[in-house]
Every structure is written in C-alpha cells, then in structure tokens.
Design a protein around this ligand. Structure first.
Ligand SMILES: CC(C)(COP(=O)(O)OP(=O)(O)OC[C@H]1O[C@@H](n2cnc3c(N)ncnc32)[C@H](O)[C@@H]1OP(=O)(O)O)[C@@H](O)C(=O)NCCC(=O)NCCS
Length: 161
C-alpha cells in the first residue's frame, strides 16, 4: 500500500502535490502558484533526486510525504520528514499515522537515529498526529512563515528512532 515513488509516478505525484498546495496552503513552505509553473522535467527530477512515499488505494495515490537524508557524514544519522498530505476525503482513518510510522521504520532501517520535522504551530491536527507517532516539540522558530501578510511560528519536532 505504501511505496517509494520513482520517476514513473511523476504525473500522479504532480497532481496530488498541487492539490495539497491548493487545499492546505498554510501547511507547506511553497505555494501552488510557485509549483504549478514547474515544467515536466522538474517534477521528474524531484522524484529522481529525493525520497517520496505514496500511500496507494485502488492503485491511486491518496497520501504522500517526503523523507530527506542528510549527506554530510557527521549528521548522517539525521533525517527530515516533510510534505505530509492525506486527501481530504481520506482523513481521520489512520492513513497519516500509518504513513508516518512507515517512514519512521524506513528511516531507522537506513541508519537514521533522529527524525525531525517542522510544523506550523497552528496546525493542531498535524501536531496531534506527530505527537501520537512519538515526536516531541524541541523548539519554536518565531514568525517562520508569512502567508497572506500573517506570520506563523513553526514548531521543530523530533522523534528518536
Ligand atoms: C495532518 C494529516 C496528514 C492527518 O492525516 P490523517 O490521515 O487524517 O490522520 P490519521 O487519521 O492517521 O489520524 C491520526 C491522529 O492524528 C490526529 N488527528 C487526525 N485528524 C484530526 C482532526 N481532524 N482533529 C484532531 N486530531 C486529528 C489524531 O491524534 C489522530 O489519532 P486519533 O484518531 O486516534 O485521535 C491530514 O489532516 C492532512 O493532510 N492535513 C493537511 C496537510 C497538512 O497539514 N500536513 C502536515 C504538514 S506539517
């Protein structure tokens, strides 16, 4: 049900990523306006050069997230979870929980000790999900994002694997 997305999924990935940016603009660091301009090769390269996971239902991606590993040796035990999104109509059914736990296992099996993430401090749904998955708040980045002229703090959360 959950698999790593290779470049062959770029069109489906583009579709759900743009849906995420459009429907949850406060949850991501980039915007629909910025990413919808990206040419095809950027979407293909995005999947080639990163680790994205898709949650499949009836062979369609209904949720996704990204895992970023650090390249420098001294911090190679660190990774970051980002871009978490579950389609509106699929929420509240444990899919987010399953996806985060899958990524935690994947990261652990690939040598990660500390899994980090950043989350808008007003995104109570996501914060609750992450806490349920073992993440703790370690700090706050004040006024980290500015959306429609309003500033939002960002919580730094970490889970020891
Ligand atoms: C945050 C998000 C990924 C949660 O996905 P989901 O599949 O609905 O979450 P789950 O069904 O696995 O719920 C797991 C836990 O999250 C919390 N949660 C989920 N939906 C919630 C809601 N509407 N209100 C409060 N808590 C909620 C609960 O703790 C829940 O556990 P419980 O049902 O036992 O109480 C989803 O709401 C989403 O895609 N939001 C928009 C994008 C976003 O904000 N991404 C996060 C960026 S940091």
């Amino acid at each position: 049900m959950i698999k790593k997305l290779d470049k062959n999924y770029w069109q489906e990935f583009k579709e759900i990523r743009l849906e995420a940016l459009q429907k949850s603009p406060d949850s991501f660091l980039t915007s629909f306006e910025e990413e919808s301009q990206s040419p095809d090769n950027i979407w293909i390269e995005k999947l080639e050069n990163s680790t994205h996971f898709g949650y499949f239902f009836n062979e369609k991606i209904i949720a996704f997230c990204q895992l970023t590993f650090e390249k420098a040796k001294k911090i190679s035990h660190i990774a970051t979870l980002s871009s978490m999104f579950v389609k509106d109509e699929r929420r509240g059914k444990g899919i987010g929980l399953e996806l985060v736990n899958y990524v935690k296992n994947y990261a652990k099996n690939n040598g990660v000790k500390h899994l980090y993430l950043g989350c808008n401090s007003q995104n109570f749904t996501a914060i609750k999900l992450y806490k349920k998955c073992g993440f703790k708040v370690y700090g706050t980045r004040p006024d980290y994002t500015k959306i429609d002229n309003k500033f939002y703090d960002d919580l730094i959360m970490m889970c020891e694997l």
